[in-house]
Design a protein around this ligand. Structure first.
Ligand SMILES: [Zn+2]
Ligand SMILES: [Zn+2]
Length: 255
């Protein structure tokens, strides 16, 4: 039993063969697949895709890259998408100080607004944070997001950051970088965090795991992340696949 907690199946990268990619995910043993909305207008497309495949779920939200384009109408469209069947979270939301595609002030304001939206809709959140640990954790504390819960997607910190996220009640989702040779800090975090707080993801089409690094990623490759996590934890891949899928169901309230 496997699950991919985070993929972007609506992106144009999958236009030529989306159905085959989804079929390969199923054939690889994936029983839960969450297609995550990122840009404005994506959430409804995610909802429609999820409606067509039994094992697919989706999130509604706006990526920090797009924070500068946030308007009340965008907020309303997220609300509408989140009311559709199989909406499991608000995401991906957060702060990206690496690219700074939106002014940081906008990113922080839109992150707060979407946390408030999640609270209102009683949905957990999927967090994207890059080179912004202090502000991300500060905002989560100030917005009392511990009561909302959710996932740090493509977790990129070390043991200290893992401890801070876990203390706030969040789960950590590991992606392809865990399989890279230079994954030292990340591997330490994976060893440190309890298995009942971990998820696995691809972030497809990005971040292909070793040995596919640099190629278009797809959900079927989550197995490489699961295998690496199993090795680090001294557990069997079957155990890790089942545990991370159970965790996904619990965080996203899928039964
Ligand atoms: Zn992300
Ligand atoms: Zn993503």
């Amino acid at each position: 039993m496997l699950s991919d907690s985070h993929a972007h199946l609506t992106l144009e990268h999958f236009d030529p063969d989306r159905d085959q990619v989804i079929a390969r995910a199923r054939a690889a043993g994936i029983e839960r697949l969450v297609t995550v909305s990122s840009f404005i207008g994506d959430a409804l497309a995610c909802a429609e895709l999820a409606a067509r495949h039994e094992f697919l779920y989706f999130t509604a939200g706006v990526h920090p890259h797009e924070a500068k384009n946030w308007t009340p109408e965008v907020a309303q469209s997220i609300r509408q998408a989140a009311a559709r069947p199989k909406a499991v979270a608000i995401g991906e939301i957060g702060l990206d100080y690496h690219y700074d595609f939106s002014p940081r002030e906008d990113q922080r304001r839109v992150f707060r607004e979407q946390i408030a939206l999640a609270r209102d809709l009683r949905l957990p959140i999927v967090i994207h944070t890059r080179e912004a640990w202090d502000d991300t954790l500060l905002i989560l504390r100030e917005e009392r997001a511990a009561g909302i819960g959710g996932v740090f997607h493509c977790f990129s910190g070390g043991r200290d950051e893992a401890a801070r996220c876990l203390d706030l009640g969040f789960h950590l989702s590991f992606a392809g970088p865990l399989t890279f040779k230079n994954a030292g800090n990340l591997a330490e975090a994976a060893v440190f965090a309890p298995i009942d707080r971990l998820l696995c993801e691809t972030d497809a089409p990005y971040l292909s795991p070793h040995p596919y690094r640099g190629k278009r990623n797809e959900p079927a490759r989550v197995v490489h992340v699961v295998e690496k996590l199993a090795t680090l934890k001294g557990l069997s891949p079957v155990h890790v696949g089942e545990a991370t899928t159970r965790n996904l169901d619990r965080v996203f309230r899928i039964s």
